[in-house]
Write a protein of this length. Structure first.
Length: 246
């Protein structure tokens, strides 16, 4: 199962790593600054970087910021030497084609180099539990590709003639606008700023939206909205209107 790295208070609780367990972690970084930063961020966690040189690694973190072909070769060599180790690739950005190639060579998860420390560590933890993690921006690319693969002639008649999902009527005006923002990939902080309300309030609304439309997470909500909300854009005027109505 592939998960994204969105902060979602309403998603089902993810499995937890045993707090007493230690994972020998090997950093395969051509960028000395990135390696130093990762070592600092992982200090005091269950991911033991200092002891990984003499131990069989449980986790290998691969620097994907350099030459892509060299990175793939490094991943192949790493998996050949340590077939049981989990592999997480870190880069400033990922594209869909690169991810397909990296997965084929043995990468389990992907994390942006700009991610917050808690996102980074949670990505590593879930990877060690057998999950596959993708950044939210990459999930949106995959969704966009999926929905754009059909021709416009096939999509438009479907939208025009589909019977609306009754769940649409359960959403308040504000929830509808928030759901439209989820379709655009906006994080809670951005949505809160647009609506001039707190991030905590957005989390409450997101939880209510997921419950009302019967989905488990933000990605599923965005997919549902793509098929059931006619107007996918939200202007500043619409945001102001929602504030008056809700």
């Amino acid at each position: 199962m592939i998960k994204d790295d969105f902060d979602d208070a309403a998603a089902p609780r993810a499995p937890e790593v045993d707090s007493t367990q230690r994972f020998a972690t090997r950093l395969l970084c051509g960028n000395a600054l990135l390696q130093a930063g990762l070592s600092q961020l992982l200090s005091g966690t269950c991911f033991d970087v200092t002891g990984s040189a003499s131990n069989e690694p449980d986790l290998c973190v691969v620097d994907g910021t350099g030459n892509f072909q060299q990175t793939l070769e490094l991943i192949r060599e790493t998996k050949a030497q340590h077939p049981a180790a989990r592999v997480v690739a870190i880069s400033h950005e990922f594209d869909v084609q690169a991810v397909h190639s990296a997965v084929a060579t043995g990468v389990d998860s992907f994390c942006l180099a700009t991610s917050a420390r808690d996102v980074l560590i949670r990505t590593f933890e879930l990877t060690m539990l057998g999950e596959r993690i993708l950044p939210g921006s990459l999930v949106r690319q995959l969704l966009t590709q999926e929905f754009s693969s059909a021709s416009a002639a096939e999509i438009i008649p479907l939208a025009d003639h589909r019977t609306p999902d009754p769940k649409v009527s359960k959403l308040s005006p504000r929830e509808t606008v928030i759901l439209q923002s989820l379709m655009g990939g906006d994080p809670n902080k951005v949505i809160a700023r647009k609506l001039d309300i707190t991030e905590a309030t957005i989390k409450v609304h997101v939880k209510a939206i997921l419950r009302k439309i019967g989905v488990a997470n933000r990605t599923q909500a965005a997919m549902w909205a793509t098929g059931n909300l006619r107007d996918v854009g939200s202007t500043a005027g619409e945001f102001r209107e929602v504030r008056r109505l809700s």
